[in-house]
Ligand binder design. Structure first.
Ligand code: ADP
Ligand code: MG
Length: 162
């Protein structure tokens, strides 16, 4: 499960480019969420992101998923300038089945999974039955408990032209 994000125009184009690459990179695209507009999080003021989660299947080990994510970013011409600054395309590894990876280069489940409502919404929509590693509950259940009140209002589905 990967997340795609862009906050430099044309945002839809960068996400389209990533989706088009999966077939070529031998990863089969199984399911996608809608695209959501989300406010940037953190200390650097920057435009809103367009985010989408994608479920991809392929013969990969953990590190290969990170390599794929970085290859997609490179293809979108991402420059690593300001840390956590605006980017054409950010691809993060959110979940790899039930695997746990704990290093600075690869942390899975993604550390923000339970902090960002759209990530939780996305995994609950695409893989509701997967069990959250280290937790034991299905993602649908985890999301049901956390996605309440203002949390569920903090991102919105975008129109195609956004
Ligand atoms: P961020 O996504 O946090 O805004 P970057 O995309 O610049 O920032 O990623 C910074 C580093 O995070 C990368 O060098 C990568 O090795 C590391 N990283 C650790 N875990 C993950 C993960 N699950 N998905 C993507 N990158 C990760
Ligand atoms: Mg990233």
């Amino acid at each position: 499960m990967l997340s795609l994000g862009s906050n430099l125009p044309p945002r839809n184009h960068w996400l389209d480019l990533a989706l088009a690459t999966f077939g070529e990179e031998k990863g089969q695209l199984l399911a996608v969420t809608p695209r959501w507009n989300t406010a940037a999080i953190g200390t650097v003021p920057q435009p809103d992101f367009l985010n989408q989660l994608v479920l991809v299947e392929g013969p990969r080990q953990g590190w290969d998923w990170l390599a794929l994510a970085q290859a997609l970013e490179a293809r979108a011409g991402r420059r690593r300038g300001i840390a956590h600054g605006p980017r054409t395309l950010d691809v993060d590894v959110i979940l790899i089945g039930g695997e746990v990876w704990e290093s600075a280069e690869l942390t899975v489940p993604h550390p923000a999974l339970l902090q960002r409502p759209y990530l939780l919404r996305g995994v609950a929509d695409l893989v509701p039955d997967w069990v959250l590693p280290g937790d034991g509950r299905a993602l649908a259940k985890v999301a049901q408990n956390l996605l309440v009140g203002s949390w569920s209002d903090s991102f919105r589905t975008t129109a195609a032209e956004d």
